[in-house]
Design a protein around this ligand. Structure first.
Ligand code: NAD
Length: 495
């Protein structure tokens, strides 16, 4: 009986929260209707409709860019201290409202509530970090080597930016772009993913409360991403495109951006190697694997995708990992006892199912999982496969789901070769107790980021990004603000 009362109470809180989430576009400081059909946002854990929101048309996209272009010079001229204080207020407001954001992310995206809370912390740190960086934008000043004059190097905001975010980290991917852009003095148009737009709408309301002036941040929600984005990207007033999402869409956007030689930041897909050496602390490796693979139900660009384990410990690693995987508690993430949520859509489950079937057809051994539970919700059981063959699709493709595929190696050179045998280069994980070997791997694995004896590296103070087809540019860290700044050099001849 008390459980019934409790769940009814949770439900009414959710209903009240959903009612407070804006359902309109945010353009030039006004909440406005779109001109298209509504977008229906659903809960992937239950399939129920959460909310219907406005759908931007091509004209709405242009209006949002108009507003960002109009506000650009006054925001660039706003003292850095004021920009910093607005971002800091946004950080503080986010702490006050953290339960709303965590609950909303769990509802629209499916991640367990504890993970949603961690994302509020992580996402919030970009506001705090870039509020601190806003006042440290500096330049250089010095004589020419010939003594003929003075060289002055300054940093200017790039101008209006278009920010496109994915569904898997609805808050953090937005703050990771909006905070450095605003800190640098740029105005923005933000387009969240159509599957999880509610978090961004609630966040822009928070930015309004924090004092962000009209036109500085504009949000368009649309299920016509390509049609609405193309004219914005082609518009000569736009100066920067920042995208986080799949490599296939990233490539298409780079091609569009080339027409106006637009500056771009691209945070794209990954195919992370997770290398376990014979000398590794296996408990640490298993704990790292649980985080690197099962956080967000495997739906992270940083997710471990290829488990490359020394042949002498592969069986033991598989056995211990399987035991831990079997302890996961699946269900709707809003229940705090659940630590394994759904995939984002049924189509995502179809993809995982076909990747697992393909690996089994190529000779893999199923250690656990491999099934699709009855609905409701887009669930797939957490899965561990051993003896995955090199020609399985999951070795080449980003799995983006809760599936471990173990392969084995004998020599360090083989581990390096297997790790680098991919067009991606976002992150690699290495587990070894030999420091020298660890350093060798850091130098040899061709990625933008590495985790040494850990399954989680993200930090607002660190430069996040990839090499090869995992992207261009870095977000966070000292580097993050430079994605939104242009270097200007002036020569003042000696008189
Ligand atoms: P996606 O590429 O399908 O979509 C990303 C965003 O782009 C969404 O907002 C979508 O609406 C929009 N979009 C799609 N097609 C578009 C087009 N033609 N023009 C303009 N916008 C378009 O990716 P997703 O499924 O939302 O996210 C998952 C992918 O994102 C994975 O590949 C993952 O690795 C990647 N990702 C990368 C990082 C990183 O920092 N490297 C972080 C998170 C996710």
């Amino acid at each position: 009986m008390s459980a019934v009362i409790e769940s009814a109470a949770v439900r009414s809180t959710e209903v009240e929260l959903l009612a407070r989430v804006p359902d309109q576009l945010y353009i030039d400081g006004q909440w406005v209707n779109g001109t298209g059909d509504l977008i229906v946002v659903t809960d992937p854990a239950t399939g129920r409709v959460l909310k219907q929101i406005q759908n931007a048309s091509v004209a709405d996209g242009t209006r949002a860019l108009d507003a960002a272009a109009r506000a650009a010079s006054s925001w660039a001229a706003t003292p850095a201290r004021i920009r910093a204080e607005i971002l800091r207020r946004a950080f503080d407001l986010l702490q006050e409202r953290r339960d709303d954001f965590a609950t909303l992310m769990t509802l629209e995206m499916g991640k367990p509530i504890a993970e949603a809370n961690s994302e509020v912390s992580y996402g919030g740190e970009f506001l705090r970090w870039f509020s601190e960086e806003a006042v440290r934008i500096s330049g250089r000043y010095g004589p020419t080597p010939e003594g003929t004059g003075t060289m002055v190097v300054t940093q200017r905001p790039v101008g209006p930016c278009y920010l496109i975010t994915p569904w898997n980290f609805p808050l953090a991917m937005a703050t990771r772009k909006i905070a450095p852009a605003l800190a640098a003095g740029c105005t923005v148009v933000v387009k969240p993913a159509e599957l999880t737009p509610l978090t961004t709408l609630l966040f822009v309301q928070l930015l309004e409360d924090a004092g962000v002036p009209a036109g500085v941040v504009n949000v368009i929600t649309t299920n016509q991403s390509q049609a609405v984005s193309a004219p914005i990207i082609a518009d000569p007033r736009l100066r920067k495109l920042s995208f986080t999402g799949s490599t296939v869409v990233g490539r298409a956007l780079i091609a569009q951006a080339a027409q106006n030689v637009l500056r771009t930041s691209m945070e794209l897909g990954g195919n992370a190697p997770f290398v376990v050496f014979a000398d590794a602390d296996l408990e640490k490796a298993v704990t790292g694997a649980m985080i690197a693979k099962f956080r967000n139900t495997g739906q992270a660009c940083t997710a471990a995708n290829r488990f490359i384990v020394h042949a002498s410990v592969a069986e033991e690693f598989g056995r211990r990992l399987t035991a831990r995987v079997n302890e996961l508690v699946p269900g709707p993430g809003i229940d705090p006892t659940v630590n394994f949520g759904p995939l984002v859509t049924d189509a995502a489950v179809d993809n995982i199912e076909s990747l697992v079937q393909d690996a089994l057809a190529h000779g893999a051994t199923l250690l656990t999982g491999g099934t699709r539970p009855e609905g409701p919700g887009s669930f797939y059981t957490p899965t561990v496969l051993a003896n995955v063959s090199a020609d399985s699709r999951m070795v080449r493709e980003e799995i983006f789901g809760p599936v471990v595929g173990i392969r084995t190696f004998e020599t360090d050179e083989e581990a390096i070769e297997m790790s680098n045998d991919t067009e991606y280069g976002l992150i690699g994980y290495v587990f070894t107790t030999d420091i020298a070997r660890g350093h060798r791997m850091i130098d040899s694995i061709d990625t933008g980021m590495m985790g040494l004896n850990t399954g989680l590296v993200s930090n607002a103070a660190a430069p996040f990004g990839g090499v090869k087809q995992s992207g261009l540019g870095r977000e966070g860290g000292l580097e993050g603000i430079h994605e939104y700044l242009s270097t200007k050099y002036t020569l003042i001849p000696a008189v």
